[in-house]
Design a protein around this ligand. Structure first.
Ligand code: COA
Length: 187
């Protein structure tokens, strides 16, 4: 098994226009460009085109798992999310998600799992099963320890429902606006 480290994109993006900072950003852009996700072109596009602008705009935090040669094995992005009430959610579950206060809330804030992907072709020898998900959950709990957050929301296509359910997520409903399934994990 390779020696895996998790890079935080925010530690690498250029904060000023010094040659050193710009070089760091070029290096991380190159790393992101090596991420290939043919199973889900939107997830690949995010890594190539949106991860850095989102990071700079503080809209999300992207993490890249790399091996000992700095080859990217996988990546994930976390951010702030919102879950809209739907009649498909039982009153008792909505109350559980809401916690205390906000009695009339029809929208709840949460931690959002924006992206999650293995780099195509990376073998289980290099990135064992469960490793990516565990790393992502470590970051979630770290974020929760600073700012709270009662649940993690993942929005996914139909073919990922089984994957998330195996990881303990509950399927709530399919959003009619973006046709994505709303899956949540209580934290
Ligand atoms: C989803 C993804 C990140 C999972 O990677 P992972 O956590 O490393 O999980 P693994 O690939 O090791 O698989 C773990 C288990 O989940 C299952 N699994 C993986 N993808 C699945 C899917 N799409 N549907 C159902 N089960 C799936 C595997 O069969 C395996 O099951 P097992 O333990 O019973 O053998 C990876 O399959 C991927 O990169 N997919 C393409 C990108 C994507 O669609 N991302 C999700 C949307 S943001």
């Amino acid at each position: 098994m390779s020696d895996i480290s998790t890079l935080r994109l925010s530690d690498w993006i250029a904060r000023d226009k010094s040659p050193e900072e710009i070089k760091r950003q070029e290096k991380i852009s190159e790393l992101l460009s090596f991420l290939s996700v043919p199973e889900n072109p939107d997830v690949e596009r995010f890594a190539h085109k949106n991860a850095i602008p989102y990071e700079k705009a503080n809209k999300g935090r992207t993490y890249i798992l790399v091996d000992e040669n700095s080859y990217p094995l996988a990546y994930f992005t976390l951010g702030l999310g919102r879950l809209e009430y739907s009649a498909d959610i039982s009153g008792s579950l909505w109350k559980k998600l809401r916690g205390v206060g906000d009695g009339d809330a029809t929208v709840l804030t949460c931690i959002l799992l924006g992206q999650l992907a293995r780099n195509h072709g990376v073998l289980y020898d290099s990135l064992p099963k469960g490793c990516l998900f565990n790393e992502m959950m470590n970051a979630v709990y770290q974020g929760q320890s600073f700012v709270g957050g009662r649940f993690l929301l993942a929005e996914c296509n139909d073919d990922l429902i089984d994957y998330y359910e195996k990881k303990g997520f509950l399927h709530l409903y399919k959003n009619s606006n973006n046709s994505l399934n709303q899956m949540i994990l209580l934290l």
